[in-house]
Design a protein around this ligand. Structure first.
Ligand SMILES: [Zn+2]
Length: 304
């Protein structure tokens, strides 16, 4: 073990207890998850060792409760929640430069002021009713609302908009889509982060399964394992990520009025290790992906 790894492992053991497995070659070590222990009302670890830490990448994840309790992310978050001030100071000294710079370079994106999920808001509150009605009218179900952590706000710059958050690989908010449910000049309003610097809900993608590419966040609710382009064009980052990580087919699903844009994306992707793995869907002019509700495979278009 290098000195730094040793310091880090000691530091983690101070507030997480003794480690379980340690794979030095992979830079991975596991501990009892403090969140799981809290859930079970225990004062010390639950003995399961579900919290896995990759100290090369400085990330952590609990195999039991990451989905339900957001127990995943950069190690800094774990330190913020469970370490003492002194332990945090030591960690800040050994954490890699690029993580330090990231902290100062851009303030962390937050959900808009007043954001609430539907389950945390009063179902008799008029905006709650209106926002929910809007979602229902677009075919969005309670399961989708829950799965994607969809909410709304009535305050600040994003007032009277439905908010669809996007999380990165480490479970941190990296973007959100804000769609008004009342008539407004701008249907969508974007956060300060440039959309070509993120991959929408990257943490949800299974790179070993077919991936659907779609234009908008609403489309993605109806397509299993989909990536939202946030428009009709594919960003350079998305191209590079797909090229490096996608192992199965990529199916382009543009709205009916955007088939030409879809063809352009097709041409960009269909080469190298992705050659012959790109498919495209052609929808009737007046249809978009949301209208199909899972019948997308009837619309594959044969490219030659
Ligand atoms: Zn846990």
């Amino acid at each position: 073990m290098s000195d730094e790894v040793e310091v880090l492992v000691d530091l983690l053991s101070e507030f997480l207890g003794d480690p379980h497995q340690h794979y030095e070659s992979k830079g991975q070590i596991s501990f009892d998850c403090p969140v799981c222990a809290e859930e079970k009302g225990l004062d010390s670890g639950d003995g399961k060792g579900n919290l896995e830490i990759n100290y090369g990448r400085h990330v952590y994840k609990c195999w039991a409760c990451s989905e339900t309790h957001g127990t995943h992310g950069l190690l800094g978050k774990l330190f913020d929640q469970y370490a003492t001030k002194g332990q945090k100071k030591v960690y800040n000294l050994i954490k890699p430069e690029e993580l330090k710079q990231e902290d100062v370079r851009r303030p962390k994106l937050r959900l808009p002021e007043g954001f609430t999920t539907f389950k945390d808001s009063n179902p008799r509150f008029i905006p709650h009713i209106e926002a929910y009605r809007y979602l229902t009218s677009r075919g969005v179900t309670d399961e989708m609302i829950e799965k994607y952590n969809i909410g709304y706000t009535v305050n600040g710059d994003f007032a009277y908009r439905i908010i669809i958050p996007s999380y990165n690989l480490d479970g941190q908010l990296n973007y959100f889509v804000a769609r008004s449910w009342v008539p407004k000049k701008m249907k969508y309003k974007n956060p300060s982060v440039p959309k070509d610097e993120i991959i929408f809900n990257e943490g949800r993608i299974d790179w070993d399964k077919d991936i659907f590419l779609c234009e908008g966040a609403f489309d993605s609710f109806f397509l299993d394992n989909s990536i939202v382009m946030l428009g009709k064009k594919m960003s350079k980052l998305l191209f590079e990520t797909l090229y490096a990580k996608a192992n199965k087919n990529i199916i382009i699903c543009c709205d009916g009025d955007a088939f030409e844009d879809g063809i352009r994306v097709y041409a960009e992707l269909n080469g190298g290790r992705l050659y012959n793995k790109i498919k495209i869907v052609k929808l009737p002019l007046d249809k978009d992906v949301c209208d199909l509700r899972g019948q997308i495979d009837e619309y594959y278009y044969e490219m030659r």
